[in-house]
Design a protein around this ligand. Sequence first.
Ligand SMILES: Nc1ncnc2c1ncn2[C@@H]1O[C@H](COP(=O)(O)OP(=O)(O)O)[C@@H](O)[C@H]1O
Ligand SMILES: [Mg+2]
Length: 397
Amino acid sequence: MATVSLEKVSKSYPNGTPAVSDLDLEVTEGELMVMVGPSGSGKTTALRMVAGLEDITSGTLRLGGQVVNDLSPKDRNVAMVFQSYALYPHMTVAENIGFALRLRKMPKDQIRAKVAETAQLLGLSEYLDRKPGQLSGGQRQRVAMGRAVVREPSVFLMDEPLSNLDAKMRVQMRSEISRIQRRVGVATLYVTHDQVEAMTMGDRVAVLHMGRLQQCDTPQVLYDHPDNVFVAAFIGSPAMNLYEAAVSADADQLRMGSQSINLPPEVLKARPALGSYRSKTVVLGVRPEHLADAALGAAPESGTSLVVDVELIEALGNELQVHFLIDAVRAESQEAKAATETEELVGLPIQGGGSKTTGVARISPRSALHAGSRATLHVDTDQLHFFDPTTGSAIWS
Ligand SMILES: Nc1ncnc2c1ncn2[C@@H]1O[C@H](COP(=O)(O)OP(=O)(O)O)[C@@H](O)[C@H]1O
Ligand SMILES: [Mg+2]
């Protein structure tokens, strides 16, 4: 039985804004479920409905199997975990952790025992007499979680708890929160707009866009098999390259601008549905790591490479991120556009007119490519992604 279950849950605000539409989601016992999506996609609204801070317009919310749509927040046994700075600075760690129990008028010796037990679980036993100001960021985060744990909630809810921290701290806190969550074993719904945070922390990740669930699965499945163009563009950094491509009459070739890629028969065999796109357009997706500098490899199979103009190379030590221009049309589905917005803001001006667009490849640091050179990039045709240009849905079986 799922600890948290949302069934066709929708929320429209009084001003008519549909913030969440028909959301189906289950968080199982002990699971860390991350809900991720761009700003305004409905994450906070969904979380607040689970907490009982926001009315549900339609649908069913269950906690531990019981319908709780109309239950007040305090009767739901859920705990919102706040950012570390929400600790009371003048109270000791022990007082901070025990605060909720004191409000409940629990006897002092019982509070002491509960606090000690919680501190033990979180590795805070040595710090009980300290004030938050005397703790590291990681320890403060643990105290913040301790305040929630001590109430023995059946669900943890966290809304972008790391958004105000600097990059280094964020990485540290990510693993800290995951570790504590696993130790405590409480079902957790964690909200973030940061797909890297989602991928590194989530047992499963639910991708939200415009109030609708796009896909919910393990991080690896989202990455390897995105269900639609939105998920494909949103998950992964640098983002997947997405271009319009024409499928040949025999479905054995893709044409993009002036170039073509031969499709080995296995590609069609693995995705029979691609057969119905003969002589039609698809959205082709190529992850940056599935492109390679053809000059480095053995002679590539003919017809499986793209000729591009290198605009900029970022050397990361372990790899080169090659930003290029290609004679192709970027797939401008509305969905993908929203996800790549920030990327396009820093995109390079496109010179020479025509239909050139940008792309990124992650290639070996041994490559001799440099800005201004023309490159032949080998395409790993086993790893291509195909999407319907109208619906944005992945083309699989
Ligand atoms: N109190 C509110 N009244 C009206 N509209 C709201 C309110 N809160 C959020 N919204 C709208 O609902 C949508 C989802 O918002 P929100 O749940 O905050 O998204 P996220 O947390 O993913 O950024 C947005 O369009 C937002 O403008
Ligand atoms: Mg929000």
